[in-house]
Unconditional design. Structure first.
Length: 275
């Protein structure tokens, strides 16, 4: 009789424990879970910003005296003892004289004229503000204001020459020209700008959902409504400007000087009148 009573007691305990476990599992299953919010679509936009400056024409002074008319078929010697004349620039001067039917020779004693290159100078000029010329592509006023101006280095270059009549030593022609690199550089500055979207609170949202969907949180919440996960916060990251065309810093602007002198020298020699 006692054995039967003990068996019945153990069976009842087992049934009670099984019921509690089933009740807890059911409670967890019934608790509303926090839904992971749908991620917003993110984009990346790339813009090419153009910057321009008002260009000035080269300043040119050219004076030719009538005492010794320069005639076709005469000869010229190029003297450049006072400057560092590159081979490229010398070839340019020779080509212009040839176009004017003047022969460039090496023997000064046989030449009709002597071209003396007195200056191929440079000097630092005030920095120049290049202004954004296609601001409409940005649309956003704060971005337009932020990228409205790029300040660049600037160098002023000048060239001066004289043409002497060899036999009399008389000056037949003298000229000088100058321009700065900002005006010499005709193409606009171009920079690439990239704006990328990103979710600023991604980890916080994921942590919130995981915390509120844990077994302990579900059991404690029971049949109460689940809290809503925070909204994703989408922000934009703006890259640094990356220059893709043009010259702006000291090194880039200095590299323009040989071409600037080449350009001015050509302008000056074209001013010599030939009979």
């Amino acid at each position: 009789m006692m054995k039967n009573s003990l068996a019945l007691a153990l069976l009842g305990s087992a049934i009670l424990l099984s019921g509690c476990s089933s009740l807890q599992t059911t409670s967890l299953q019934q608790a509303q879970r926090v839904a992971m919010p749908t991620k917003p679509s993110l984009s990346e936009r790339t813009y090419v910003l153009e910057y321009q400056v008002d260009h000035q024409q080269p300043r040119v002074k050219s004076v030719q005296l009538p005492a010794h008319p320069v005639k076709r078929g005469q000869s010229v010697v190029i003297e450049s003892e006072q400057v560092a004349l590159t081979e490229r620039l010398r070839d340019r001067l020779v080509a212009i004289f040839n176009d004017k039917s003047l022969a460039v020779i090496n023997d000064a004693k046989q030449a009709d004229y002597i071209l003396s290159i007195n200056q191929l100078d440079i000097s630092e000029a005030d920095k120049v503000d290049y202004r954004l010329s296609n601001s409409h592509i940005l649309g956003d006023g704060s971005l337009i204001e932020e990228f409205a101006v790029r300040q660049c280095s600037n160098i002023s270059g000048s060239v001066s020459m004289k043409l002497f009549h060899r036999a009399s030593k008389d000056v037949v022609w003298f000229a000088k020209s100058s321009i700065d690199t900002a005006s010499f550089q005709r193409n606009p500055l171009r920079y690439q700008l990239t704006i990328s979207d990103y979710i600023d609170n991604l980890e916080q949202v994921q942590e919130f959902v995981q915390t509120h969907n844990s077994p302990d949180a579900l059991a404690e919440r029971g049949d109460k409504p689940a809290p809503k996960a925070p909204r994703y916060q989408v922000l934009s990251k703006i890259s640094a400007l990356e220059k893709v065309a043009g010259s702006c810093n000291d090194t880039e602007v200095s590299a323009l000087v040989p071409d600037l002198h080449y350009y001015l020298s050509g302008i000056l020699l074209e001013k010599i009148n030939i009979n």
